[in-house]
Design a protein. Structure first.
Ligand code: NAP
Ligand code: MG
Length: 401
């Protein structure tokens, strides 16, 4: 059987622990035997990041900018404990955070749906995709405990003046304050990335905030979304995409009655909360994919979960593991399908879709890893090992080729 030829390279970012083991199996069993692709390989394993003083992370992000499509394995974000465990020079910053800031990108999370796992919300029959703004607000806030009566003010000192002041509160007793900010450029990039994703996936776009109460801060977001969607009206109309602004509480209630098939753009805190609500509502972390989209349409695909550390320690002890590889497989297929689309090579896109079908066929036949057993109806009698599941997908894929 001739391999499917891929025109332009795909950037591959390797990672850590259990997902690194899974990643290699996917490449060996599901990709290499069927696909002739030039993979620009970057090892983002924590030891290699340490060895290169983290230059490898920046280089991998530049490669994604150059080639347009990357696939990434989950990586360790080191803390003090990891510095000791892996004998690192220091606690290097999050690779995802760095890649996100170089690509100026937005992360979209999307659940993988199968027929024999019923979402907690009955009406959800199609994926709900969440776009979370990943800068500022609560996450860059400054906070202060007020323990004596006194005035707290916001002081703005523009270069060249004049100074202006706003009374936050005149405290008569103890209390607490917080100051948050955001940036025009970051909000605009977020709005553009959401439009790009909505067009690419042909999904209606929602953005929600609370501008009835926050008439300046939240309204600022709303206005930028309105301006960006207006500026790209033709592109949205051509793709048949509707944009809706909704109040956050209205959107939260509405989403429970929808079938799904929506891109829901949210500010940082709302996105943090609702991405976990939606992930839990659909079933399992092992079934949640994630893609970073830059405003100019570069894509990096990955699983939404981490390196599954506990399973890795079991694996090192020589114990059998049953780790769900679905989201990691879909990181590969997301990249392959997008590569085919950008290159104008439908056979490549079709191959990506075939791997996805092989995965879904296996799960729907009750061939699953341990985490899915309690979610599947009817409940399977046994579960697969980590490798056993990937082997089952490979066998099904051969049938589909
Ligand atoms: P995790 O990898 O998300 O796993 C947490 C727990 O969730 C696992 O112990 C497991 O539960 C369950 N789980 C997650 N993914 C699963 C899968 N594919 N199959 C089966 N069960 C799964 O988080 P962690 O173990 O706390 O974090 C490990 C490392 O990941 C950290 O160093 C963190 O920095 C990193 N991380 C990376 C990314 C990324 O690169 N995108 C994202 C998040 C975290 P049971 O133990 O109950 O089976
Ligand atoms: Mg969260």
């Amino acid at each position: 059987m001739a391999k499917v030829q891929v025109k332009t390279p795909i950037v591959e970012l390797d990672g850590d622990e259990m997902t690194r083991i899974i990643w290699a199996m996917i490449k060996e069993k599901l990709i290499r035997p069927f696909l002739d692709v030039n993979l620009k390989y970057y090892d983002l394993g924590v030891q290699k990041r340490d060895e290169t003083d983290d230059r490898i992370t920046t280089e991998s992000a530049r490669a994604i900018q150059q080639y347009g499509v990357g696939v990434k394995c989950a990586t360790i974000t080191p803390d003090a404990e990891r510095v000791v465990e892996y004998k690192l020079k220091k606690a290097w910053p999050s690779p995802n955070g760095q890649i996100r800031s170089i690509l100026d990108g937005t992360v979209f999370r999307k659940p993988i749906l199968v027929k024999n796992i019923t979402p907690a919300v009955r009406s959800w029959t199609k994926p709900i995709i969440l776009g979370r703004h990943a800068y500022g607000d609560l996450y860059r806030g400054v906070e202060l405990v007020v323990d004596k009566p006194g005035k707290v003010e916001i002081v703005y000192n523009p270069t060249g003046g004049p100074e202006s002041r706003l009374l936050l509160h005149d405290f008569k007793g103890p209390g607490v304050v917080m100051g948050i900010h955001n940036l025009e450029k970051s909000i605009r990039s977020f709005a553009r990335a959401c439009i790009t994703y909505a067009v690419s996936e042909k999904l209606p776009l929602w953005f929600s905030a609370k501008d009835t109460i926050s008439k300046t801060y939240h309204a600022y977001f709303k206005n930028i979304f309105a301006a960006e969607t207006a500026a790209q009206k033709a592109r949205l109309e051509q793709a048949g995409i509707q944009y809706r602004y909704m109040l956050i509480d209205d959107a939260a209630a509405q989403i429970m009655k929808q079938a799904g098939g929506i891109l829901w753009a949210l500010s940082n805190y709302d996105g943090d909360v609702f991405s976990d609500v939606v992930a839990a509502g659909f079933g399992s972390l092992g079934m949640m994919t994630s893609v970073l989209v830059s405003p100019d349409g570069q894509y990096e695909f990955e699983a939404a979960h981490g390196t599954v550390r506990r399973h890795y320690y079991e694996h090192l002890k020589g114990h059998p593991t049953s780790t769900n590889s679905v989201a990691s497989i879909f990181a590969w297929t997301g990249g392959i399908k997008k590569r085919g689309e950008l290159d104008g090579t439908p056979e490549v896109t079709r191959f990506g879709a075939k791997i996805e079908k092989a995965v879904i066929d296996c799960i729907e036949a009750g061939v699953v890893t341990k985490d899915l057993v309690p979610l599947i109806e009817p409940r399977p009698a046994a579960h697969q090992s980590t490798e056993g599941f990937i082997d089952a997908v490979a066998a099904r894929l051969k049938d589909l080729m």
